[in-house]
Design a binder for this molecule. Sequence first.
Ligand SMILES: O=C(O)[C@H](O)COP(=O)(O)O
Length: 220
Amino acid sequence: MRLILIRHGQTPSNLKHLLDTAAPGPGLTPLGQEQAAALPEVLAGEGIDALYVSTLVRTQLTAAPLATATGLEPRVREGLREVVAGELEMRGDEEAAALYLSTALAWAAGDTGRRMPGGEDGVAALGRFDAVVAEAAESGAGTVAMVSHGAMIRTWVAARADNVDAGYAAAHPLANTGVVVLDGSPGRGWRVLLWEGRPLGPEGDSAEDAGPAGEPLPGY
Ligand SMILES: O=C(O)[C@H](O)COP(=O)(O)O
């Protein structure tokens, strides 16, 4: 199955750098609406068979133009929602953001028992996303698009894809309407083909091996 994971368009809370993960959550900014409107063209060649969104309004608004263009009815699934911030909810400081992301990425590195303060642990978070992916795979769809959230996509991909680890996900943010394309299945496992348009090549060609010109330049 080809699995296309899309982060939702920009929200007012994104602009304020808030950890806003509760339902139903905010809508989209004018830029977010433009980002959503651009998705059908960006994904025009994909031949999408099924479209899934989370229970948070921002993913549903983001998917709406794609649903119209493809004629697909978005399937709303709780399992695709953002990593629940718990006690960090609506905080906008760097300490909270670092704790939030480092906890989620620790799950990807194998520490799934770690719990977000006042929130879920990695077993629950990865498990609920796994369940939606499994449902999509069992449906027999060849190409599936899921509109989800930044931390959830980065964490699940780093946990489940053979060629992306927590370090890669930490170094590679996912912009609003950023897309990660994977190939695989729940049984065989997953490989990332594209991370925001950047190819992650065949077996052994990890992003870390792409030479200095392909690496992030901290502080630049
Ligand atoms: O951390 C954030 O930017 C948001 O509060 C939650 O992530 P999302 O914008 O991808 O849903």
